[in-house]
Design a protein around this ligand. Structure first.
Ligand code: FAD
Length: 285
């Protein structure tokens, strides 16, 4: 199907994008890579009157590290995240998650901000951002604010973002002892179940763990039972196997669709939790 007719405007700065968005009185939409929005428009599930292109705003993309904090611009495409030497060295889990997204066309156009704003229940970044305890920086007409990733994802395609706000960047402390493991749909590579695990380890003991799961339910969420079970235990396969067995037990709304039944997803959550944790363990040594 062909989308309904729309006006197109290219933003030259963040403030210009915000002003243009406001001027549409709720009838406009930002477009970054277009890999989620355009399919919705072609299905006429989204019919914006104006598209505001934010893909070419100077300074809107890029990966930098300052004072032990990594900052990624919302306009950064998945390919840049996947191939970043900084991330591969300092936070390989995130590069790994980005490399597992879609295909080269999707990775070359799709952006971090677009993925977080769209919040597909099977998208990879949400789980990774939850595991990294990332701050999502947002700008709107009344100013800027930061939202913790685990508070940002609220429901099916629903996030803590007003219609007149823009995701500007994400910030997090890099974690080396972390990994992402996913069972993916063969056609699109979206996650049937994807687990991002990050461990804080001192003298062979797990101080704390943060685990995000995607694909399993309406939105990415933490596996708090597993996190609590790991804390204070030795970093060993025994600890990981025992904790991973708890994964997903508390999730009430496990998805069921043409790709996988609820029972299958439930069975896969502990499997991929254990795989992510085992890879994180391997990075610790
Ligand atoms: C064939 C195919 C396979 C895919 N496979 C995967 C996969 O395996 N894993 C995965 O995670 N994803 C996958 N995707 C989704 C892909 O990663 C998208 O690119 C991404 O979800 C959206 O990013 P975008 O830049 O294309 O956003 P767009 O499509 O441009 O925008 C999506 C939504 O976000 C809003 N938006 C965009 N940028 C911002 C911003 N900075 N601030 C506020 N709102 C904003 C737009 O208004 C729109 O509502 C796939 C997509 C396709 C087409």
């Amino acid at each position: 199907m062909i989308s309904t007719a729309f006006e197109y405007a290219r933003a030259t700065s963040l403030d210009d994008a915000l002003a243009k968005l406001r001027a549409t009185n709720g009838e406009g939409k930002l477009i970054a890579g277009g890999h989620s929005l355009v399919p919705l428009m072609k299905l006429r599930l989204s019919e914006p009157k104006t598209l505001i292109d934010i893909a070419r705003i100077p300074g809107f993309s890029g990966i930098t590290e300052q004072a032990d904090t990594i900052d990624i611009g919302a306009g950064t495409v998945h390919h840049e995240v996947a191939t970043s030497a900084l991330l591969q060295q300092r936070c390989p889990m995130l590069a790994e998650a980005a490399a597992a997204i879609g295909d080269p066309q999707v990775r070359n156009r799709g952006t971090l901000g677009g993925s977080l704003a769209h919040a597909d229940p099977s998208a990879d970044y949400p789980a990774a951002m939850i595991a990294l305890d990332a701050d999502i920086h947002v700008k709107g007409p009344t100013g800027s604010r930061a939202v913790k990733a685990h508070d940002f994802f609220r429901g099916l395609f629903t996030v803590d973002l007003a219609a007149d706000e823009i995701i500007v960047s994400v910030q997090f402390k890099p974690v080396r002892c972390a990994a992402y493991a996913k069972l993916y749909q063969r056609a699109s590579h979206f996650a049937i179940v994807g687990v991002a695990a990050a461990l804080d380890v001192k003298n062979g003991t797990i101080q704390s763990a943060r685990i995000g799961v995607t694909g399993a339910s309406s939105h990415a969420t933490r596996l708090t039972d597993v996190e609590e079970r790991l804390a204070g235990h030795p970093l060993s396969m025994g600890s990981i196997e025992a904790a991973a067995r708890l994964a997903g037990a508390h999730l009430e709304d496990v998805n069921s669709d043409i790709h996988a039944s609820q029972e299958y997803r439930r069975a896969m959550i502990p499997v991929f939790t254990e795989r992510a944790l085992a890879r994180a363990l391997a990075r610790a040594s």
